[in-house]
Structures are given as structure tokens and as C-alpha cells.
Design a binder for this molecule. Structure first.
Ligand code: DAH
Length: 353
């Protein structure tokens, strides 16, 4: 075959290869195979010396023309492929602005904090202030100054978390420490009576701790709101009127209260207050165990001994006190059957309130 025919065939197959190249990488392989150092067309250019002189002009021209055609074809295919590759890269990186965004899961204030604030707000409206006391307490504030004798059952190791005495006093082994996690917010009463001027109108919210195993009606850590009023001429009527008003504000005007005689060491007389069941409204149902009433809080007239121990003259001043469980109040308000549900952190439950 004449060289010119060979070149024509080479040109044809190279153009076909160029057309078939699917990306710039494949195209470069074609270029190297034809025009590279060991390329097929390069070989013709190199071997011009062996071409007989009379053919040299024609063959030279043809080789050059072939090269120009191949180079042009490579250049235009390269442009095409680069444009396609750029398009593909752009659409791969594209943001679909019509996709709905991912909503941030916003938390909310926990039910326990909300109810605590709600109850405190009602008292603020009556002119009370909010007081706080320490969660790690001494035996004196948690028991003794509240008239709870040393043999009072609430002091027992079963109920109270004692804090290991760190003073190095060897006579105080674990369990006989004077330091404990408060079992009730009632100790704040004592701090307030010691620290504040009379008259006193305070509520004291906070955490308390007891050695209880969690069950539907017990938690080892829960929240209470304590209340204390000390003023001249305070009567049991003031206590009843105040708590009845507050219960209606918190649970709804249709709810009723009843006072049952009870015993607490720091009040005399003492009572427990029940609120009418929010499910059956007094008829009796499973939630109220058939009684129509739900136990809400403890209260009473401050025992004269307690006033005296904190330096207040019970001949001149009288007062009332109360303490309520916040988790219990939340459950009564929203008809939740199990205190533990409040602590599980299940958003499906908490979002309902
Ligand atoms: N501290 C009591 C308790 O934890 C509740 C209580 C009852 C508080 C009567 C009071 C009160 O202030 O007067 O069970």
C-alpha cells in the first residue's frame, strides 16, 4: 500500500477513535497513541529520511496535512468533552433550592419548671417573694429546727441520703453525719425565719432527695414548693382561703379542695389538702382510686416551738406553712398516671403540654 493510502487509513481510524473518546482522559490516550513520542503518526514523521527523494514532497505534505487534521479534530473534541464535563460537575454540585429545609428540633421548657414557675407566679401575685435554700443541708435545718425529734421516722437511714462527713472527725462514721441531702424544702422556712425581717410571706421551690425506689408515685429526687407566712393574727382561715384560691388558679376554677386532719412535726394543727379529681370531678374513677379526690399537699399552722427556735415570739406572731410536690401537682393537673413519665425525656410525651 502506498504511504499516502496508509496515511489516509490512519487518519480515518484516528478520527473515529477521537469521535468515540468519551472523556478527556480517553481522548488524551488517543492523542498519545498517534502524536506521542512513540505515536503512529510520529513514526511517519521520523521516517521521512527513508522515503525516496522523488516521493518525499508528496509524502511530507500528506503527513503534515494528516497531522493538522488530527490535531484539529483533537482540539475540537477536547473542547466538547471539557464543556460536557464542566456541565456534569456543575449539576452534580447543584443545590436543589426547592427541597424543604431540615427543621431544627427546638427543645421547650420542661413541664416541671413550667409548673414551678406557674405556682410561684400565683403567690407572687399575692405579694409573696421567692426564697431558696441549700440542697445539701444540715440535720439542724432539715429536722431539728422543724421540731422533728431525733427518733422521728423521717430521719431514718431508709429515707435520708446522708453525706459523708469530710471534717475528719473520726467519731462520725458514715450514716451518722450531720450533713444530708434535704428530704424536704421545709428547712428553707428556718433559714428565712433566721435571715429575714418579719412579716414573712415566701414560697421556696427546689429539689429534694429521698431514699425511695422510683415507682408510679415515688421518685428518689423530686421538687417541692414550700410556703411560709409569719405575721400578726394569722389564722387557719387564712391558710384555707389562700390554698383554696391557689388550687383554683392552678388546676381550674371548677376544682374543689378539702382539708383532712394530719400530722406533721412542724405544724399544729396540720392538714393534708386534696383537690377534686380532674377526670371524674368527684364521682370516683381509676385515677383517683375511686375516691374523687387527689392528695396534693401538706400544711398547717406553724408550731409555736418552731417559731421560738428561730427566735420569733409565738405570743406575738403566728403563721402557716405548706409544702407541695411539684411532680405530683403536674400529674394532677394533666392527669398523668405515673410520676416517672415526667423524667423519661420522651419528646412525644413532653410536647403535649
Ligand atoms: N415537708 C412535708 C413533706 O415533705 C410537706 C409539708 C407539710 C410542708 C406540712 C409544710 C407543712 O410546710 O406545713 O412531706
Amino acid at each position: 500500500m502506498a504511504i499516502t493510502d496508509e496515511l489516509a487509513a490512519l487518519q480515518e481510524s484516528t478520527l473515529a477513535d477521537i469521535a468515540k473518546a468519551e472523556n478527556t482522559e480517553a481522548l488524551d490516550q488517543v492523542r498519545v497513541a498517534v502524536l506521542g513520542k512513540a505515536g503512529t503518526l510520529t513514526a511517519y514523521l521520523r521516517s521521512m529520511g527513508q522515503v525516496p527523494p522523488e516521493e518525499r514532497a508528496v509524502v511530507g505534505k500528506t503527513v503534515n496535512a494528516t497531522r493538522v487534521v488530527v490535531e484539529d479534530a483533537l482540539a475540537s473534541r477536547k473542547k466538547e468533552l471539557e464543556a460536557a464535563e464542566l456541565d456534569a460537575a456543575i449539576s452534580a454540585a447543584a443545590v436543589d433550592v426547592t427541597l424543604p429545609g431540615r427543621a431544627q428540633q427546638m427543645g421547650t421548657r420542661h413541664l416541671i419548671n413550667r409548673i414551678t414557675d406557674e405556682i410561684c407566679e400565683v403567690f407572687l401575685g399575692l405579694g409573696y417573694t421567692v426564697a431558696y435554700g441549700p440542697e445539701v443541708e444540715t440535720d439542724y435545718y432539715n429536722f431539728e429546727a422543724l421540731n422533728a425529734a431525733a427518733d422521728h421516722p423521717s430521719r431514718s437511714m431508709q429515707d435520708t441520703f446522708y453525706v459523708h462527713d469530710l471534717s475528719g472527725d473520726a467519731s462520725k462514721v458514715r450514716g451518722e453525719s450531720d450533713v444530708l441531702l434535704r428530704t424536704q424544702t421545709s428547712g428553707v422556712q428556718v433559714h428565712v425565719m433566721e435571715d429575714q425581717e418579719l412579716p414573712i410571706y415566701i414560697v421556696a421551690p427546689g429539689k429534694v432527695y429521698r431514699r425511695d425506689v422510683a415507682d408510679p408515685s415515688h421518685l428518689p429526687q423530686f421538687n417541692q414548693i414550700e410556703g411560709l407566712v409569719v405575721d400578726k393574727n394569722i389564722t387557719f382561715g387564712d391558710l384555707k382561703g389562700t390554698l383554696d384560691y391557689v388550687c383554683k388558679k392552678i388546676f381550674g376554677e371548677e376544682r374543689k379542695t378539702r382539708f383532712r386532719a394530719h400530722y406533721f412535726p412542724f405544724t399544729e394543727p396540720s392538714a393534708e389538702v386534696d383537690v377534686s379529681c380532674g377526670i371524674c370531678h368527684g364521682e370516683g374513677c381509676r385515677f383517683c382510686k375511686g375516691t374523687g379526690w387527689l392528695e396534693l399537699l401538706g400544711c398547717g399552722m406553724v408550731d409555736p416551738n418552731v417559731l421560738r427556735m428561730s427566735g420569733i415570739d409565738p405570743e406575738e406572731y403566728s403563721g402557716f406553712a405548706f409544702g407541695l410536690g411539684v411532680e405530683r401537682a403536674a400529674c394532677l393537673k394533666y392527669n398523668v398516671p405515673d410520676l416517672r413519665m415526667l423524667l423519661e425525656g420522651d419528646m412525644r410525651f413532653l410536647r403535649q403540654f
